[in-house]
Design a binder for this molecule. Structure first.
Ligand SMILES: Cc1cc2nc3c(=O)[nH]c(=O)nc-3n(C[C@H](O)[C@H](O)[C@H](O)COP(=O)(O)OP(=O)(O)OC[C@H]3O[C@@H](n4cnc5c(N)ncnc54)[C@H](O)[C@@H]3O)c2cc1C
Length: 381
């Protein structure tokens, strides 16, 4: 069971109650057994001064904005600007620093240039934290110059009915504070990287967008890196309007989660997401298309839907890898990144492991090991 630590608000409320009851019990005892007045007054004075100091401290703490610049040591307060529904189970959160700080620009910029990064949100009542991945700014859903300067951040967050932090985040009122710490670099994309195959499950698409943003921002006349994204979603709504760039991609009927949540399904494929009758596009599809139009010819995306029994298979990975020139042997030119729920990562590349109090990559297993790919480095996020 998780520890519950009272928030500052709770402490100050208790404090006021305590003061009142002490005062009351003092009055009662006065009637019953009179004590020497000066001594009682002294204790009463001490109690009142202590209480006043406590209330003042609690007030100051509640007003203390803390650090205005995102940093790894302390939690920085952000305000929830908006929460737009992407589907029944996911939302786009927009946050801005509660206090504008010029320092955020450099902090973000350094992280964007390095690779894939996350921040930790705090759930203040339970004093627990969870990691979330800021979305890069694309032409599809741009921020205004003022918003960018103010250090706005956006997140694609899945709502989990049993999840402590996602439930908290989805219940917050607009304007509420969210405290976060970071950035934490999850993976520094090597400068030499030429080709990335990004295999994403669910909200694992957020790191894929970051990888695309970082990799492609290094484009020059002589260096034209490319990224191919395979994105598996459970629900059509999340990937609504997404059109696969490999329409002839063979359909796999074996799901990464078939061994976890279901007994598998052999019904025929309904086809790619582009066959969806509703032409509207989900926010994430717009983000992916924004990246494509910003870097023509350097981004391709294939969509997979559990709902349609359309799953990422060995063939999708092998067919893509075949099309790419072999790496020069440095193993840094070609990169496979895998991101998503633990079961998804495990199915694709084997589980990450815990050793000596930290999470490690563990050996490459799963369907990627079966493919025995030469010249491709693999990283699990
Ligand atoms: C580097 C990194 C980046 C991430 N980026 C994102 C991101 O951008 N967007 C995003 O949405 N997520 C992201 N995540 C995942 C995120 O950090 C959380 O793990 C996720 O939001 C769930 O947290 P939670 O506290 O809501 O769920 P938890 O309370 O931790 O629950 C975890 C799981 O256990 C199940 N569970 C808990 N209690 C019960 C119960 N009583 N009965 C049955 N099941 C139960 C929940 O259903 C849930 O599936 C990222 C994770 C990492 C490591």
């Amino acid at each position: 069971m998780r520890p519950t630590i009272p928030s500052y608000g709770t402490r100050s409320r208790n404090l006021r109650v305590t003061v009142r009851s002490r005062y009351a019990s003092t009055s009662t005892s006065k009637a019953d057994s009179p004590a020497p007045a000066p001594r009682r007054n002294r204790w009463l004075g001490i109690a009142l001064v202590t209480a006043a100091a406590g209330v003042a401290g609690a007030y100051i703490r509640s007003q203390d904005p803390g650090s205005a610049t995102l940093n790894q040591e302390t939690f920085t307060k952000y305000s929830l600007v908006s929460r737009e529904s992407v589907s029944a189970t996911s939302s786009l959160f927009t946050l801005r620093p509660r206090i504008p700080s010029g320092g955020n620009y450099d902090v973000y910029e350094n992280a964007w240039r390095t690779g894939i990064w996350s921040v930790m949100f705090k759930q203040p009542q339970l004093q627990i934290g969870r990691d979330y991945t800021p979305l890069p700014v694309t032409s599809a859903t741009p921020l205004t110059v003022d918003e960018e300067n103010e250090g706005y951040l956006r997140f694609f967050i899945r709502k989990d009915p049993f999840g402590e932090v996602t439930r908290y985040l989805h219940n917050l009122k607009i304007g509420s504070d969210i405290e976060m710490r970071g950035p934490k670099i999850e993976f520094a994309i090597p400068d030499e990287t030429q080709d990335v195959l990004f295999i994403a499950g669910g909200t694992g698409i957020a790191p894929a967008l970051q990888a695309g943003h970082c990799l492609l921002s290094r484009t020059t006349e002589n260096h034209q890196p490319k990224i191919h994204i395979l994105w598996a979603s459970r629900r059509r709504e999340d990937a609504l309007g997404g059109e696969s760039d490999t329409p002839e991609a063979p359909v796999s009927q074996k799901s990464w989660f078939s061994g976890w949540f279901s007994s598998g399904n052999n019904s025929p494929s309904i086809g790619p997401v582009s066959n969806a009758p509703n032409p509207a596009k989900s926010l994430i599809v717009k983000e992916l298309e924004g990246l494509k139009s910003q870097y023509p010819g350097q981004v391709t995306v294939d969509y997979f839907l559990d709902e349609d029994n359309h799953f990422i298979s060995k063939k999708h990975i092998a067919n893509f890898v075949k099309t790419r020139p072999p790496s020069d042997g440095s193993r840094k030119g070609n990169l496979i990144l895998v991101s998503g729920p633990a079961g998804f990562i495990s199915y694709m590349a084997g589980p990450k492991i815990w050793a000596q109090g930290q999470e490690l990559q563990g050996p490459v297993q799963g369907i990627i090991r079966d493919l025995d790919l030469k010249g491709w480095a693999v990283w699990k996020l």
